[in-house]
Ligand binder design. Structure first.
Ligand code: AMP
Length: 283
């Protein structure tokens, strides 16, 4: 496994591979890797000849009051995990390499980024699409794997790829959870033991919503209320949003008639966690 830090070197390597007709699979990450990330890597390994994983904590996608500075980092451990997965290249650029002095170009997907996390994290998705497009131009993958854990991000990237005619397949990977249902996240490391117990309310409230819908409840407002009530019963929890949306357009649904995505963001103490679940509904 090779670690590449320079953009030009990564591009040269990708060009070489492409000349030899290797299929390049790509998994972008911000590091502090867990089994969720590794499941994406394994998915990429199954379909690619050469797998590139990037580790880059992208300053552009963090708000001024967010956790860029303190975002957990452990490059040594990440590299040893990726070595075990037999990844070909880990691309680890520095922030100055990606955004040198004078940088001023951005990519923005408009409608899909308005709701859900976009409503509370202005500029976040602009930061995500910009860095992902840059990474695509550097790594030159045939396909890239993204987790459904960040469902809105997945949809926004799919939209960008379609709208800009990028010849890259976007592969979606299911959310990997801890034994009790908590979605794995690098930010779970911020949680105290008691907060960890409260954090389970995200997943449990999604299961509650699923039971309600399967039991015939069709009023989104009612479901959101009951989810909110459930989550608030635990200490430290503060709901930022609970939304029931169309899984493709991410537009709010009032009366549930077909498949819906339920997505939520909750502060557990100072830690903001997100989760979501696709609920299948017979028409
Ligand atoms: P991050 O390092 O948080 O930017 O995540 C990198 C990639 O891993 C994104 O495509 C995420 O959606 C994905 N990911 C993060 N957590 C999980 C998880 N628990 N299960 C599956 N994929 C995940």
């Amino acid at each position: 496994m090779e670690v590449i830090r320079a953009i030009k070197e990564m591009q040269n390597r990708a060009n070489l591979w492409r000349r030899e007709n290797f299929i390049i699979g790509f998994v972008p990450t911000m590091g502090y890797l867990h089994e969720g990330h590794l499941s994406l890597v394994r998915m990429a390994k199954r379909r690619a000849d050469k797998v590139v994983v990037s580790i880059f904590v992208n300053p552009l996608q963090f708000g001024p009051k967010e956790d860029y500075e303190v975002y957990p980092r452990d490059p040594e451990k990440d590299l040893s995990l990726l070595e075990r997965e037999q990844v070909e290249v880990v691309f680890m650029p520095g922030a100055k390499e990606m955004y040198p002095q004078g940088y001023q170009t951005y990519v923005e997907v408009s409608n899909l980024t308005q709701g859900l996390c976009g409503a509370f994290r202005p500029g976040h998705f602009k930061g995500v699409t910009t860095v992902v497009l840059k990474l695509f131009n550097i790594v030159k993958p045939h396909f890239a794997v993204f987790g459904e854990k960040d469902y809105q991000q997945l949809k926004v990237i799919q939209r960008m790829v379609n709208d800009l005619n990028l010849e890259i397949e976007i592969v979606a990977a299911p959310t990997i959870r801890d034994w009790d249902g908590l979605a794995l996240s690098s930010r779970n490391t911020y949680l105290s033991q008691e907060e960890r117990r409260s954090a389970l309310a995200l997943y449990q409230s999604l299961k509650l919503a699923e039971r309600l819908i399967l039991g015939g409840e069709r009023r989104a407002e009612r479901i959101r209320e009951l989810m909110q009530e459930y989550i608030k019963k635990f200490p430290h929890n503060r709901v930022q949003y609970i939304e029931i949306v169309n899984p493709e357009t991410l537009e709010r649904v009032d009366l549930i008639k077909e498949n819906v995505l339920i997505a939520l963001a909750v502060y557990v103490g100072k830690t903001r966690l997100i989760d979501n679940k696709l609920i299948r509904v017979e028409g």
